[in-house]
Design a protein around this ligand. Structure first.
Ligand code: ATP
Length: 369
């Protein structure tokens, strides 16, 4: 395992498309770093540059202290797992897993030993003589992992390895990848557009938007302290509600005017974020996570943190209820737990939020229907 260091990495394709710009990431030995972002944000390009499958236009890539910018992929000692698995259909599982070792002309005994050890780790021992077409999607995915593991590389690079699996298998394999990575302690860079995958797998998650790094932090920190509105809206499902309002103060108490309504800003929030005072008297984006909302009519007191709204749609998911409702702002979503505005106000109150709309009324009874 090795430290992977990207310093000012950029990629401009020959047609002039700038896919990645000035990417700085320092990935520690044994760390699991997830690159996440919407389609086209440059995450695959970034990974392929580390793998040596895409030329680096600018910046410096080092793995284990060696500058690799001009090193061919085969000499990089990193193993990539592709979304498509890229298995050889005519080879058995054994030969697929051992392929890289055969290419490197390792002794036959060693290949056998290493392939069988990888197969045991992945629960593939019984399937070693099968062809990929006779395996399930999850088993194929394991073979692709096996091919990476068996090489004992300095780093694993994974490009959406779970996206071809059904939802249930994806959850299983997600846990398995986590277990294997932690067991082997191999530095891993993992690309996904799925923020749940990113949050559950990553020691750290790096959020990209249009080729630019927005924030790289442990999952909980991204959730609790998003660096800007993009990260605030991207991390969390359903997404954080972003409402436009005006931050005002009355003595030591602060409040947000949302259309015709007023919402108190908890004093604790102002204490924790003294910088918010700089926004007094200004338009702000108020971020309230769906899980931080509650039904005011079912609770006592705290009327100052109550918003009136009308219910739009109710989605019962079993353990939770998603209530889409209308505020004097665009539709927002809550999954009906905890306290309204407990942690209101994303750190990144720095950009225009959606326009406010008409005043509406929240009808909690409709949730019980
Ligand atoms: P997805 O999740 O859809 O795979 P991504 O975040 O991995 O997206 P990339 O595939 O890295 O994004 O693409 C980043 C940008 O670079 C996109 O605008 C894409 O159209 C562009 N791009 C990718 N490959 C090429 C290429 N060979 N030539 C020109 N532009 C490219």
């Amino acid at each position: 395992m090795a430290r992977v260091h990207l310093s000012g990495i950029g990629k401009t394709y020959p047609d002039g498309t700038s896919a990645v710009t000035g990417l700085d990431l320092d990935i520690a030995e044994g760390e699991f770093l997830v690159l996440v972002g919407p389609s086209g944000c440059g995450k695959t390009t970034a990974l392929r540059m580390v793998a040596g499958l895409e030329e680096i236009s600018s910046g410096t890539l080092t793995v284990g202290g060696r500058v690799l910018n001009r090193t061919p992929a085969r000499d990089r000692d990193v193993a990539m797992v592709f979304q498509s698995y890229a298995l050889y259909p005519h080879l058995s599982v054994r030969d697929n897993i051992g392929f890289g070792l055969q290419l490197r002309k390792r002794p036959r005994n060693e290949i056998k030993r290493r392939v069988e050890a990888a197969a045991a780790t992945l629960g593939l021992t019984e399937h070693l003589d099968r062809r990929p077409r006779n395996l399930s999607g999850g088993q194929r995915q394991r073979v692709a992992m096996g091919r990476a593991i068996v090489r004992d590389p300095q780093a694993f690079l994974m490009d959406e390895p779970l996206s071809n699996l059904d939802a249930k298998l994806r959850v299983q394999m997600r846990a398995e990848i986590s277990r294997i990575q932690r067991g082997l302690g191999v530095t891993t860079v993992y690309v996904t557009h799925d923020q749940v995958e990113a949050m559950t797998l990553g020691d750290r998650v790096a959020v990209l938007k249009k080729g630019l790094l927005q924030q790289a932090a442990p999952p909980q920190e991204l959730y609790d302290h998003p660096a800007n509105l993009f990260v605030a809206g991207f991390i969390g499902s359903p997404a954080m509600n972003l409402l436009q309002g005006r931050l005002d103060a009355d003595g030591s108490a602060a409040r947000v005017q949302l259309g015709g309504q007023t919402l108190a800003v908890p004093a604790s929030l102002l204490e924790r974020r003294p910088g918010l005072r700089a926004y007094l008297g200004r338009e702000v984006a108020l971020g309230i996570r769906p899980e931080d909302m509650d039904d005011a009519e079912l609770r006592d007191g705290e009327r100052e943190t109550v918003l009136t709204s009308t219910t739009d749609i109710v989605e019962a998911l079993g353990p939770e209820l998603l209530v889409h409702f209308r505020l004097p702002a665009p539709p927002v979503v809550t999954d009906d737990t905890r306290e309204l505005a407990r942690d209101a106000g994303a750190d990144g109150i720095d950009a225009a939020a959606p326009d406010s709309g008409a005043v509406a009324r929240f009808s909690p009874r409709s949730r019980a229907r």
